[in-house]
Design a protein around this ligand. Structure first.
Ligand code: GLY
Ligand code: MN
Ligand code: MN
Length: 441
């Protein structure tokens, strides 16, 4: 009887095929991947939290494996060299368990240097992926560009196994968003909202895919605000929360905006951005150029600004004169997966290269066309950022702005709505909205 093939089994087959192709491109016989080592803080005996090499966790859901290595040799079972030190000071990584174990030949080592004996004969014919600090005396990461370009490019196409992990990351993140929203309504501080979020996600800060962005009031105008004030403001008018969760090393990246006054003008601005975002997410279909979608978003958001009395000009003029970019000064989104900003968003092919974003849009992180299997974020926003508004005020086009309306919105900071959306052969799958809907049903 043949064993039932699981999504993970299929995932590994795909990765082995990709590894074979990548090695052929680079002229190598083996792929060696370092899990990595924790970074030591300068002049200290403490390490920064360990973050495993994303190329390592692509193969197996093993995140706490500093000093371990993977060896992929075409035609052979993948090998895991697993460092499990004798150490009574720290919790040592547990012996590998889980469904994935049966797919690997596993060798336990007790000292980092023991990997040297396992790897040194292969190293001269190997593509060795890792950081310089991972080097062993004769196993020195070379990160061959042809191999890296191939693997990174194809990482954009998620396997069924990966999509399941990403749906889990969305489920955890949305549950935590709902807890954060309750804390906001109860008048909590940014730190208290953050703690409510982590408790609901069941994840500590190093386990989250990125530092939580939790902004009350004007803080929402700071795109990557991570200060976490410890005292609640006298009045919490608005909250922007950009926070994700991790599942077996895969990320979700979710933003929601909330108004205290659910009948007010800021709520109506949130609803307009939310409707616009749903429209963009619906365009995550095969063949859609992502930069074109980003430019389309500028036009739609400029229309929202006009509808809310902030601009008096046409969307076309607002985009052409760089006015929409004052209020929407970041990219529409990015690839997501093993890293929140996943690799190869600019790669024109699996030979590498760099397709830059369109002129005037330097912060767009994704210039590839959309294809089935890609998961991207869609994250439009409108902000009232003093620095950018001050610059706009000096330009002749400032006459097209209703500055009293800008003043009225400034105390709320800004709005961002962010979902994680899978491009399929047919309709897109909005992992974030599906996950919210499951909690609320
Ligand atoms: N959370 C960072 C981003 O949305 O890209
Ligand atoms: Mn985000
Ligand atoms: Mn994002």
């Amino acid at each position: 009887m043949t064993a039932q093939r699981t999504p993970y089994h299929e995932h590994l087959d795909i990765l082995r095929q990709r590894a074979g192709q990548a090695l052929e491109r680079g002229g190598f016989d083996h792929l060696i991947i370092a899990a990595g080592r924790p970074l030591r803080k300068f002049a200290d005996d403490q390490d920064y939290p360990f973050a495993v090499n994303p190329g390592f966790k692509h193969w197996l859901p093993l995140l706490d494996a500093p000093g371990s290595w993977l060896v992929i040799s075409p035609g052979q079972r993948p090998r895991l060299i697993f460092l499990q030190p004798h150490d009574y000071w720290h919790v040592v990584p547990a012996a590998p368990t889980g469904d994935w174990v049966e797919h690997f030949d596993i060798r336990i080592i007790r000292q980092p240097l023991e990997a040297e004996a396992e790897l040194k004969a292969l190293a001269p014919q190997a593509a060795i992926l890792g950081a310089a600090a991972d080097a062993l005396p004769s196993v020195i990461p070379n990160n061959p560009p042809a191999v890296v370009a191939y693997l990174d490019y194809h990482r954009a196409y998620k396997t069924g196994y990966e999509l399941e992990r990403m749906r889990q990351a969305s489920a955890l993140g949305t549950a935590a968003h709902l807890a954060a929203q309750r804390a906001f309504r109860a008048g909590a501080s940014e730190l208290e909202i953050h703690l409510a979020y982590m408790a609901a996600a069941g994840q500590t800060e190093p386990e989250l895919p990125y530092g939580n962005i939790i902004c009350l009031n004007e803080h929402s105008a700071i795109l990557h605000y991570t200060q976490l004030q410890k005292r609640a403001p006298a009045e919490s008018r608005s909250m922007l929360i950009d926070a994700g969760a991790s599942a077996a090393g895969y990320a979700s990246d979710i933003t929601r905006s909330h108004a205290r006054d659910t009948d007010g003008e800021f709520q109506s601005l949130i609803e307009a951005v939310d409707a616009a975002e749903r429209g963009f997410a619906a365009k995550v279909v095969a063949g859609q150029s992502y930069p074109d979608l980003h430019i389309h978003a500028h036009h739609v958001l400029a229309g929202v600004l006009r509808d809310h009395g902030i601009l008096r000009m046409s969307p076309e003029a607002a985009v052409a004169q760089g006015v929409s970019a004052v209020f929407f000064p970041h990219g529409l989104g990015h690839l997501i997966g093993l890293q929140v900003h996943d690799v190869a968003g600019f790669a024109p092919s699996d030979h590498g290269g760099h397709q830059p974003p369109p002129e005037g849009h330097p912060y767009l992180r994704m210039t590839r066309g959309l294809e089935p299997g890609m998961v991207v974020t869609i994250e439009p926003g409108l902000y009232f950022i003093d620095m950018l508004l001050a610059e706009l005020k000096t330009r002749p086009v400032a006459a097209q702005v209703d500055w009293a309306r800008v003043e009225a919105f400034r105390p709320y900071g800004g709005v961002r709505i962010e979902d994680n959306v899978l491009c399929t052969e047919s309709a897109p799958e909005n992992m974030t909205r599906d996950a919210f809907a499951r909690h609320l049903s």
